[in-house]
Design a protein around this ligand. Structure first.
Ligand code: HMG
Ligand code: MG
Length: 300
């Protein structure tokens, strides 16, 4: 499990939360036993004002040993900022479609790969692990359908940089299990090994858990999710929340897969956060647990 709540979740909230709230949220996520927690982004504060204080958040969170705390980095400036606060893992991010990428990071796909080249080189020199996100891997808000071949092309460009892991993003939540088989099989046929692939589903159309199951059938073992199911990209019209971490854990535990994550602690983290943001996150497990308790702000 790769938790993206503090980054993907909070980047899409209307309000910018205080550093105190973010730190408390991340510390609670750590206590729940999650193995990897994406803390924030070192991007332009004009693009994502909600995460402009990521340095301060990094300085103040309690980093537990054995837990990974990555952050998004779009360019060398972002890497400098990350290095300054002792970040040990970064994620660069591009897309399988040109138009989304231009809206999101003001670069075409090939241009973004060139921008990442010195970032990855410097990161690797510093012993930093690098994840590469491929957004719009299952569909683009501007261009519509995206072919598995387009995904394959950008995945290989990222692997050649090289990055250690690829997360395939269903940015606007249009994937279905058939599309997951299609994209993943296309990657396997081109020589990509299962161990480098992670899947990142948004749950806009309710298919995220089914897509995870399809991914597991393909042998994939890393899944991104967001506490409470918050999330979305401000540059992807129509994007809704991520797959909720609670829902993912409930599924995995039900399948007999031990996660090491305490669901009750995770629920506490999401509940505290919901009070700070003033609305109820969309996760289904949370709704089931909380229904009738009356201690939550009304649903959105
Ligand atoms: P640009 O305007 O082309 O950049 O933006 P620039 O290099 O020309 O710089 C413009 C200004 O930004 C300058 O400031 C720079 O200093 C500043 P000025 O001189 O005008 O005052 N700047 C920075 N400041 C702080 N940190 C930095 C930085 N870089 C430049 N690192 C850029 C290009 C990539 C910077 C911008 O478009 C950007 O920050 N985009 C980030 C967008 C973003 O974070 N999107 C959400 C994350 S992706 C996502 O959610 C998808 C995912 O979840 C997977 C999925 O679901 O698909 C990962
Ligand atoms: Mg996302």
């Amino acid at each position: 499990m790769y938790e993206v709540g503090p980054r993907d979740g909070l980047q899409n909230e209307a309000e910018t939360l205080s550093v105190d709230v973010k730190v408390a949220f991340i510390d609670q996520l750590t206590e729940s036993g999650l193995p990897a927690i994406e803390v924030g982004s070192f991007v332009s504060p004009r693009s994502i004002p909600q995460l402009a204080d990521t340095e301060e958040v990094f300085r103040r969170i309690r980093r537990a040993s054995g837990v990974r705390y990555p952050a998004l980095v779009p360019n060398l400036k972002g890497l400098e900022r990350a290095l300054e606060v002792g970040v040990l893992e970064i994620a660069v991010f591009t897309a399988a479609s040109e138009t989304f990428n231009r809206h999101n990071i003001n670069a075409g796909v090939d241009e973004s790969i060139e921008r990442f080249r010195p970032v990855v080189a410097r990161a690797r020199e510093a012993g930093i692990r690098v994840r590469g996100y491929v957004s719009t891997a299952f569909g683009c808000p501007y261009e519509g359908a995206v072919s598995p071949e387009a995904v394959r092309e950008v995945v290989h460009k990222l692997l050649d940089l090289p990055v250690d892991e690829i997360s395939l993003g269903d940015t606007i939540g249009v994937a279905t299990p058939a599309a997951v088989y299609d994209v993943v099989e296309t990657l396997y046929e081109s020589g990509v090994t299962r161990g480098v692939i992670a899947l990142h589903f948004h749950d806009t159309r309710g298919t995220a858990l089914a897509n995870v199951y399809a991914g597991m059938e393909c042998g994939i073992a890393t899944f991104d999710a967001s506490a409470g199911g918050l999330g979305g990209c401000p540059y992807a019209p129509g994007a809704a929340g991520n797959l909720a971490t609670e829902d993912l854990i409930y599924l995995l535990e039900g399948l007999g897969i031990e996660t090491g994550v305490r669901l009750d602690k995770l629920v506490e983290a999401s509940r505290s956060l919901s009070q700070a943001i003033g609305h109820r996150p969309p996760g289904r497990y949370l709704a089931a647990v909380w229904e009738g308790r009356g201690d939550l702000p009304a649903g959105t």
